[in-house]
Design a protein. Sequence first.
Length: 67
Amino acid sequence: MITIVLNGEPRKIESEVSLDRLLDLFSLPRQRVAVELNRAVIRRADWMETLVSDGDAIEVIHFVGGG
């Protein structure tokens, strides 16, 4: 098992996974979100190839419209 920090909370996952798979594991939405890995924004096109490793910090930021 590895430990990551997801949206400020420590979480344990089985092994390294892609960002795309991580969203599935935690039932996070894919629409209107940005994903940050260790303070770097990762392009949506790179989610499948970008692996999350032990100790990584991931923030999933939801965009909200309003006026």
